[in-house]
Design a protein around this ligand. Structure first.
Ligand code: ARG
Length: 248
């Protein structure tokens, strides 16, 4: 016979089960994205303290396709590969260049944009082209391809490393470095926002940007690439990029 106690217990189990189902359907899985939000127009912090930009919008569009909710974690650029490979974030989108060295630690998605390493100098600079960089003090963001290539080509002793591009540009304005090597779109944004700077016409190197995903997480890599291909086919990717980068 069912005692009152047993009935109550059964009712409680049923209520709990219902509550769990209700929560499950309301709460989406979270996709965590790591980035370094000092790299306009790919990622920057807006006046409401939100991380916005091309990468944030691409990740949000991918998350929507996967039925997931996007959460963005802002961190140092040179922490991103470790954050991805240790699983503290699911994916990194940070205007990140695909390099063979990074590809030893993470998988890269299909590429969604190209970047060009360019040189920012003061308007009155004697530096006119890449050929003039020998022996000059070069400002870079720590751990970026600009850092890695310049250290290799011009020597460690000629590199000054900063936490982000804006600090490297400030150092250029203060005369602490002779130039800054950084990706072309952030370079344009920094030159626009600061007086007395220009970008050299000669380009240093062209690269592909992609999302980094942990080696083990091949399921997410496949899903990410599928969603990205759909966004490309739908014209959504061009729309996002066009919102932040105006055609010249
Ligand atoms: N493309 C360069 C690299 O991968 C610089 C990227 C910097 N990105 C950033 N969000 N700060 O090394």
């Amino acid at each position: 016979m069912l005692t009152m106690k047993k009935i109550l217990a059964l009712v409680m189990v049923a209520v709990l089960a219902l509550a769990m189902v209700a929560c499950g359907s309301a709460e989406k899985d979270v996709l965590t994205m790591g980035t370094n939000a000092a790299f306009p127009p790919y990622e920057f912090v807006d006046e409401n303290n939100n991380v916005v930009g091309i990468d944030a919008e691409i990740a949000a569009a991918v998350a929507e396709k996967l039925g997931m909710e996007l959460e963005i974690k802002d961190m140092a650029f040179d922490s991103l590969i470790t954050a991805v490979s240790t699983g503290s974030v699911d994916v990194a989108l940070a205007g990140m260049t695909v390099t063979p060295e990074r590809a030893e630690s993470v998988n890269f998605s299909d590429s969604y944009a190209t970047g060009i390493q360019v040189v920012i100098v003061t308007e009155d600079s004697a530096i006119a082209s890449i050929e003039d960089l020998d022996g000059k003090k070069i400002g870079v963001q720590t751990g970026t391809t600009g850092d890695i290539y310049c250290a290799g080509d011009y020597g460690e002793e000629n590199i000054a490393r900063y936490d982000n591009g804006a600090l490297a540009v400030a150092a250029l304005q203060n005369g602490q470095v002779d130039c800054v090597v950084i990706d072309n779109e952030p370079a344009k944004a920094f030159v626009e926002a600061n007086e007395g700077l220009k970008i050299l016409d000669t380009e240093y190197i062209t690269e592909n940007y992609a999302a980094a995903i942990a080696k083990e997480n091949t399921e997410l890599l496949e899903k990410f690439n599928k969603a990205l291909a759909e966004l490309k086919a739908e014209g959504k990717l061009d729309e996002i990029i066009g919102k932040y980068i105006k055609a010249e």
